[in-house]
Ligand binder design. Structure first.
Ligand code: BTN
Length: 327
């Protein structure tokens, strides 16, 4: 897949965002971006049509009046040339849970590749019945519908698929080196930056649909995390000191998800498994599971179990448990 270039519209917005509130002449913009002044004007109008407040004055040029981190489908989809994801993209200002809403759409026959994103979730759901903190305007809350023709046992493979897509996107957009934690956390320096909630509906061994829920802490500040959080958490902003435009992050994430899903349909799980194993610090290391089994992690099983070469000899499949590295 080729890396998309920023559209001229985005490049103008990017320039104006560097100094919000400060006038920038049309001449300067056209010189910087090597566009005609008429083309600049056209793109400014297109940005305004997207709801972005830009003031224009003949003698002074243009200035951004506010810098909301908007999630706009035109911005997200600008230049996207993917095969399956997203077939359709819906951005909601607020919902209870994007997973919950997308499951309803799936029941009603929504097609594979449907993506639902919300600016905020009022009942965001995490694994093990935990809530997922989802304040407005800062993070990414996204659900994706897939309808793969595979046996039920292979459904967990999509958790790993979404994990590699999220790690790639954190690297490409935020220059963050994240790691995966089995089975489905994304960590930076031991703190959770993203979580995945893979929900499946199946009948007679065949999958009807999978809803992949992806939550990424992007521009969340430390004070927005509740005190009673069960694990250390972080965000891209906390890690880098820079805000991440959510539309740009989402666009790259959708492209990576599409890339890996198409690869999966053509080549199966092996390439994704290999990438995930490279991103997982416990692979090829000794671990202890639930304080009892000790051995070396040798990789992932097709059903998402961890394969453990036991110190005592033999191989054990770990389906669930607390896995800690030991020397
Ligand atoms: C976890 O516990 O680590 C999984 C968190 C998954 C959160 C995402 S946010 C988008 C989607 N909608 C939800 O209600 N949950 C998932």
């Amino acid at each position: 897949m080729t890396q998309p270039l920023m559209s001229s519209r985005e490049r103008i917005l990017d320039l104006l965002r560097r100094d919000p509130g400060v006038w920038m002449s049309g001449e300067l913009i056209s010189r910087e971006l090597q566009m005609s002044r008429a083309a600049v004007w056209k793109q400014i109008n297109a940005l305004r049509a997207l709801g972005i407040s830009i003031e224009a004055q003949h003698a002074r040029g243009y200035r951004l009046l506010d810098t909301p981190d908007l999630l706009l489908s035109a911005e997200v989809l600008d230049g996207v040339d993917t095969r399956i994801i997203p077939r359709s993209l819906e951005l909601l200002p607020s919902t209870d849970s994007t997973n919950l809403q997308l499951r309803k759409k799936a029941e009603a026959g929504a097609e594979e590749g449907t993506v639902l994103v919300a600016d905020q979730q009022l009942a965001g759901r995490g694994r093990l019945g935990r809530p997922w903190v989802s304040p407005p305007g800062v993070n990414l809350y996204c659900s994706l519908l897939l309808r793969p023709h595979i046996p039920v046992q292979q459904a967990p493979q999509f958790t790993f698929l979404s994990a590699v897509a999220v790690v790639d996107t954190l690297k490409a957009i935020c220059d963050i080196n994240a790691q995966v934690k089995w089975p489905n956390d994304i960590l930076v320096g031991g703190a959770k930056i993203a979580g995945l909630l893979n929900e499946m509906n199946a009948e007679t061994e065949q999958i009807n649909y999978i809803v992949l829920g992806i939550g990424v802490n992007l521009n969340m500040t430390a004070d927005l995390f509740p005190n009673e959080l069960k694990y250390p958490a972080t965000s891209a902003l906390i890690e880098t000191g820079h805000r991440v435009p959510r539309s740009r992050f989402l666009r790259k994430l959708l492209q990576q998800l599409d890339f890996y899903y198409c690869e999966f349909l053509e080549q199966g799980f092996a390439p994704i498994r290999q990438r995930w194993e490279q991103m997982c610090p416990i692979v090829n290391h000794r671990v202890q599971v639930d304080g009892r089994l000790t051995g070396t992690v040798v990789g992932l099983e097709p059903d998402g179990a961890l394969r453990l070469q036991l110190d005592s000899g033999g191989v054990e499949r770990v389906i669930a448990g607390d896995v800690r590295m030991v020397n």
